[in-house]
Design a protein around this ligand. Sequence first.
Ligand code: ADP
Ligand code: MG
Length: 259
Amino acid sequence: MEKRVKTKIKSVKKSKSKSKKSKKTKKEPIIELKNLWKTYHLGKVPVHALKSVDLKIYPGDFVIILGSSGSGKSTMMNMIGALDVPTKGKILLNGKDTSKFEESDLAQIRGQKVGFVFQQFNLMPVLSALQNVSMPMMFQDVPEEERLERAEKLLKMVGLEDRMTHRPTELSGGEQQRVAIARALSNDTEVLLADEPTGNLDSKTGKQIMHLISKLHKENGKTIVLVTHDINLVKYAHRTVKLKDGKVVMDNHHKPVKI
Ligand code: ADP
Ligand code: MG
């Protein structure tokens, strides 16, 4: 009898270690949207930008949020990144409900959890590339020497070692987006959120930026959420979530292309 119990325990242990290996399915979501609604009241008619969105994003995901203009992509991204609050529903970051957080806590979370990349780059025009990249670290109280050292390393990583002291106006669009990506990586957050990052770039430069983002996913293990209207970008990700009129209408897992 005793013997049998022991064997049972052994086999449970075995299957546990097995399930560890078959990753992904057992992971906890890093971000979870639950019955999320966002309604804007601008004119007389309320605009329901998001209508009961449910979404789980897991560590190591590379998700494309695909949808035409006005489908609610940016609204959803701002919710994921805790830049805006929902009208109804919950946003869980590592299982914690952010709707219960104060603004100061949300700001800390933003700094520690997510890095943002935008279509218009949004760099500070009076600052050099190096200063732009080191900026978010100031808000996390990183000492100056360490900030500059890290900013330099990141700019090298995105291929801009000889553009460190240039201001945004002295850089091409693709170079500016590289600075923005380096800036988004400065606090070494787990998640990189990119809203139409190739939208202001020609197709060749856009491709280079997508290669860089893919590399960050593959080699640096970043979780990527990338919003676009461009179906050609789907191939870089391994999951595509389609939004239409504020609703998730498709959630597909697929293989990314080899780069
Ligand atoms: P997308 O990024 O997919 O183009 P958005 O999330 O920007 O879509 O917008 C979704 C809908 O919400 C659109 O109809 C848009 O006009 C509306 N909207 C977005 N932001 C605001 C706002 N700040 N005030 C009022 N309406 C807004
Ligand atoms: Mg948008």
